[in-house]
Design a protein around this ligand. Structure first.
Ligand SMILES: *Cc1c(COP(=O)(O)O)cnc(C)c1O
Length: 391
């Protein structure tokens, strides 16, 4: 591993502090490094590998598609994209979808669509977007512009204009930013990177009502919290509300790079041919993957499973917090939970790695638990045992 790491450091751009582990293959909820050491994976490649590793049905669908056709461009139709779109729209309760190559591109598409909707309605180019403090929407310029964390934004300014920030879970702060130029409000339904904060019901319903009243487009970013992670296909379904535009990625492809933005018809029709596009997007390889992921979710009754194992994880983390003074808070539900520590998070994560457990941080104080959605109660027990020792 040392050799690979040393060489990689010479050739890869240095914007990640990678761990000294070279991963090689995976099976179920375990990954293995090049020395054959096994790790129980509670990070899932940052909330991506929802069906775990090496799922047979998934692999064979992808192998078949490789033999048939990988790429067509969006100048033509292909069947896997149609299948994936139908399943995505049924799951999200949206009317129209466009698949992208990543989460950040889904957010870019959502922002462009919201602006176009406003432009068509008003004929003016002065629209404003309200975004949330402590949000995270990706690393491209549009997404960074609506991300409410200074260190992600400042070195890259000037960003896109017309963005103002409000406080997540504070309806009055959102109200205070609304004016006649407000075209969209964008937020994660459940903040991940910002520290594992679910939207409060009164807040998100209040924002929905404000958007209805003033014909403002509500964009909900479900890139991390969507695809079953909280026990519903998409987290806004916990509140019985719908956004006007929503974004997805991460677990949508369970490992192949695919994202999506979807919208209700009223908003989706603002886009005309030529307004947006992407060469790779909607290619039959990645859409076959997403389509198969929806089938596997159904076969495995993933949503019911997440509710069950999620409450078990919740109980166990509550108990751990009682036992350990280093845990100061426990938040979240389903398989999107976090604990806040008063000791350095990276030290704990590295100790856990030595003992064969992969965890992922959110910021500098929080460990987030975003495992494959197929983990069992026994896996939770294994994780708690190691984490408890390391704390
Ligand atoms: C990860 C993430 C993104 C960005 O997705 P990428 O695929 O990394 O571009 C956007 N929004 C949220 C909420 C995310 O968690």
């Amino acid at each position: 591993m040392k050799e690979i790491i040393e060489e990689a450091k010479q050739v890869l751009m240095p914007m990640y502090n990678r761990y000294d582990i070279v991963l090689d293959h995976g099976e179920g909820v375990y990954v293995y490094d090049t020395d054959g050491k096994q790790y129980l994976d509670f990070g899932a490649g940052i909330a991506v590998n929802a069906i775990g590793y090496s799922n047979e049905k998934y692999k064979s669908a992808l192998k078949n598609q490789i033999d048939k056709l990988l790429h067509t461009s969006n100048l033509f139709y292909n069947e896997p994209t149609l299948k994936a779109a139908k399943k995505f729209l049924k799951a999200s309760q949206m009317d129209k979808v466009f698949f992208t190559n990543s989460g950040t591109e889904a957010v870019e598409g959502a922002i462009k669509l919201a602006r176009k909707y406003y432009y068509k309605k008003h004929g003016t180019k002065d629209s404003e977007i309200i975004a949330m403090n402590h949000s995270f929407h990706g690393r491209s310029m549009g997404s960074v512009s609506v991300t409410g964390t200074k260190k992600y934004r400042e070195p890259f300014e000037p960003l896109i204009g017309g963005v103002v920030f409000a406080e997540f879970n504070d309806l009055e702060s959102v109200k205070a930013k609304i004016n006649e130029k407000t075209c969209a409000i964008i937020m994660e339904t459940f903040q991940g990177e910002g520290g594992i904060y679910p939207a409060e019901e009164s807040f998100i319903k209040g924002v929905r009502a404000l958007c209805d009243e003033k014909d403002i487009v509500l964009i909900l970013d479900e890139i991390q919290c969507g695809m079953g992670r909280t026990g519903k296909m998409f987290t806004y379904q916990q509140y019985g509300i719908l956004p006007d535009i929503m974004t997805s990625a991460k677990a949508l492809g369970c490992g192949v790079p695919i994202g999506a933005f979807a919208a209700v018809n009223k908003v989706a029709y603002a886009f005309e041919a030529g307004d947006h596009g992407s060469t790779y997007a909607c290619n039959p390889f990645v859409t076959e993957a997403a389509s198969t992921v929806f089938d596997i979710f159904e076969e495995l009754h993933i949503l019911d499973h997440v509710k069950e194992v999620g409450s078990y994880l919740s109980e166990q983390l509550d108990q751990l917090m009682k036992d350990k003074s280093s845990i100061v808070a426990h938040r979240g539900y389903g398989l999107m939970q976090g604990i806040e520590l008063n000791i350095p998070v990276q030290d704990v994560i590295k100790k856990c790695q030595e003992k064969g457990l992969l965890l992922v941080a959110a910021g500098t104080k929080i460990i987030r638990f975003v495992p494959p959605l197929i983990i069992t109660n026994e896996n939770v027990d294994q994780m708690i045992a190691i984490l408890s020792q390391c704390l």
